[in-house]
Write a protein that binds this ligand. Structure first.
Ligand code: LIP
Length: 274
């Protein structure tokens, strides 16, 4: 019989690929962009497309069929309580604005958690032809057209040589505070990247495309899958002031760099205000 975590990974991979196909097939071209915007979330820059909702529906249908007792926490609201001790964290489309603008940095992010926490994770980026996955205790991997590569261990670099990814929220008050923080961080690091998908940013940390990632305002569905992928590549994924990664702050990097960034961001009160 298959190990339950392996089975969860297979389900996550299948559901993410299905959602990815739906999203790619329905990606709006320039003239259709305006018409696919179905509603606005917290501000006019937070665009939720019909495709986002369709992708979530497809993932939830897979989970309902194969894991009817498990809980679901999903970005577009298909939530369900768990009767099995297992929960699934689903972001059907992370990097929504990139998707809408035709930039390839978007993905489907799915994490499965048992009573001990996240145990299987998939971040699937169809427009980049890349899939990242991890199982707890069994490493993280990248699949591309050439095949499959094990990730890590993530290299340590001094803070002043670190390429640091970050992201900004949708509300202007939050952005003002995030701009204040990034203005203090940028003179101390190699450079900053703002790619637009938290789930992928975590995979970039795991695969050495950036050295670190931090962001305030990340939801569970944005970071649960990428967090395991970082940890299984030897990185650290957490928050400030001894907290777990989450809404207040998420910081991911190799262990020493992560603790330096945590100290810097704590001194800047990057997790407070707005
Ligand atoms: C995105 C996050 C990203 C953040 C964006 C946005 P969405 O999620 O993944 O890190 O900086 O502003 O919140 O809205 O594409 O699912």
């Amino acid at each position: 019989m298959k190990d339950t975590i392996d089975e969860a990974l297979e389900i996550a991979l299948a559901a993410a690929r299905l959602a990815g196909e739906i999203l790619q097939a329905g990606q709006p071209d320039e003239p259709r962009r305006a018409s696919v915007t179905t509603r606005l979330k917290s501000s006019p820059t937070d665009v939720v497309t019909e495709m986002d909702l369709a992708a979530e529906k497809a993932i939830v249908e897979v989970l309902e069929r194969l894991r009817p007792l498990d809980g679901i926490v999903a970005e577009e609201g298909s939530n369900r309580d768990s009767n099995s001790g297992w929960n699934w964290f689903v972001d059907p489309l992370d990097g929504t604005v990139n998707y809408l603008y035709g930039s390839p940095q978007w993905c489907v992010s799915i994490a499965a958690a048992d009573s001990e926490g996240v145990c299987a994770a998939v971040v699937h980026a169809p427009a980049l032809a890349l899939t990242f996955y991890a199982r707890r205790g069994k490493g993280s991997f990248r699949i591309d057209r050439q095949g499959e590569t094990r990730l890590g261990p993530i290299s340590e670099v001094p803070l002043d040589q670190a390429l640091v990814a970050t992201g900004f929220g949708y509300r202007s008050e939050r952005r003002r505070n995030q701009a204040r923080v990034v203005a203090e961080v940028i003179p101390l690091v190699r450079d900053i990247r703002r790619k637009g998908s938290a789930a992928l940013d975590l995979c970039w940390v795991a695969s050495g495309v950036v050295n670190a990632y931090y962001e305030r305002g990340t939801n569970a569905w944005d970071i649960k899958a990428g967090g395991l992928i970082v940890e299984e590549a030897g990185g650290v994924f957490g928050g400030l002031r001894g907290e777990s990664a989450g809404m207040a702050m998420t910081v991911a990097a190799a262990p020493k760099l992560q603790s330096e960034l945590v100290e810097l961001l704590t001194n800047l009160d990057a997790d407070l205000g707005d």
